[in-house]
Design a binder for this molecule. Structure first.
Ligand code: FMN
Length: 387
């Protein structure tokens, strides 16, 4: 049984923006910019949040209200809130042990934590922390043997949900990371060393916990790769572009729930349904891949309306608050995820960052529900002001 999350937040940081500002002060510039940035001109990054915030909700002040309950049933599990922690790569670069901090907080608050293939804790360790409740996100390996081995490990770790990613057929064009020479482990240019020296707390914690590594992938990686060899290993190991032929064998092999993440159009949802998938996450990777794309709230509304009765439709990208979660649920999402919000929390507050950010979002969402007289999560669409 999960130990109940403390459900209180540090009153110095009553918004995700406060956490972002603190994170910016606390971690080196190359790590903050990797987390914070979008791609190209950051148009899609900003549009995601801006267009979610165009959604307006109707309050019913005189209706009967017997309390608001955030519990949300998804894939047979009753979660305590309708949001989860999205998969983020290189987490240990932003703050040491951040996947473990977030997985523990998610478990204690009974919300899902999704581990990325390229995060910095091993799937087995995260499964142990969450007693087999964490989800796993798979980057598609080029070699069948490796793909099958990782899927077998996810099954052995009792992951209930496997998330396959469709929106990284190419690596996003991210000017800040290019400028910063971002690499794993961090490249020690003079500029990066100076940035690290300016953040003693981060440097100390990183020294104490050791250099972050791709722990799930460690068994497949040759030892002591230099930076160039590491890049080549990643390019050769992951095939990037997903297609129906690549999804079929995964569906056959994976007995748990299978979710496609990175969906932005109706055609891909239809394919997901035909392939027997259980859910889709409407997502544009937090605006990190296609700057010329739509924000996610727009396709969400269309997809939820057309396919919401055939497949679980979830959404991420751009949410930063309880009201944003409410707006997204009112627009038809069954569940929501956030990436940066939680990482800002951990980068800002370290070990307390997971509990704080979840508690904060829960408190904000609870307030919205009570304010508009929404008793249950599935009632949110009744509050949508149609435009
Ligand atoms: C720094 C960073 C790294 C990410 N790495 C991954 C990843 O490894 N796998 C993945 O499926 N999504 C990855 N994502 C995308 C997130 O899962 C999620 O879609 C996105 O963060 C949602 O947008 P938000 O940050 O505005 O909440 C990453 C996002 C960020 C910000």
């Amino acid at each position: 049984m999960p130990k109940k999350g403390k459900s209180n937040f540090d009153s110095r940081y009553p918004s995700v923006e406060d956490l972002r500002a603190k994170a910016k002060k606390r971690i080196p510039k190359f790590a903050f910019e990797y987390l914070d940035g979008g791609c190209n001109e950051d148009i899609n990054l900003h549009k995601n949040t801006a267009e979610i915030r165009e959604v307006e909700l109707l309050p019913y002040y005189l209706s009967k209200h017997s309390g608001s309950n955030m519990k949300t049933k998804l894939f047979g599990h009753s979660y305590d809130a309708p949001f989860g922690i999205a998969p983020v790569g290189l987490q240990g670069l932003m703050w040491p042990r951040s996947p473990e901090i977030l997985a523990k907080a998610a478990f204690e608050h009974n919300i899902p934590f999704v581990l990325s293939t390229v995060s910095t804790s091993a799937i087995e360790r995260i499964s142990e922390i969450t007693e087999g409740q964490a989800w796993f996100q798979l980057y598609h390996p080029a070699k069948t043997k490796l793909r099958d081995d990782i899927i077998r490990r996810a099954a052995a770790a009792e992951c209930p949900v496997l998330v396959i990613l469709s929106d990284v057929p190419t690596f996003g064009f991210r000017p800040r990371d290019i400028r910063n020479g971002l690499a794993m482990p961090p490249k020690m240019s003079i500029a990066n060393i100076l940035q690290i020296m300016g953040k003693p707390n981060w440097a100390l914690q990183t020294l104490r916990h050791g250099q972050p590594n791709f722990e799930t992938l460690r068994p497949y990686m040759p030892k002591n790769l230099d930076l160039k060899q590491l890049g080549q290993f990643m390019d050769q190991t992951f095939s990037g572009r997903l297609n129906e032929e690549r999804i079929k064998p995964i569906r056959d092999m994976w007995k748990g729930k299978l979710v496609l993440k990175g969906v932005a159009c109706e055609a891909d949802v239809e394919k997901a349904i035909q392939l027997g998938l259980d859910g889709v996450i409407v997502s544009n990777h937090g605006g990190r891949q296609l700057d010329a794309g739509e924000s996610t709230i727009r396709p969400l509304a269309r997809i939820a309306e057309a396919y919401g009765s055939q497949i679980e439709v979830m959404m991420d990208s751009g949410l930063r608050s309880g009201p944003d979660i409410a707006r997204t649920m009112a627009s038809g999402a069954k569940f929501t995820f956030m990436g940066r919000s939680f990482m800002y929390g951990v980068a800002a507050l370290g070990a307390e960052g997971g509990n704080h950010t979840i508690s904060l979002l829960k408190a904000q969402l609870q307030q919205v529900m009570e304010q508009i007289c929404c008793e249950n999560i599935q009632d949110f669409p009744n509050h949508l002001i149609q435009k």
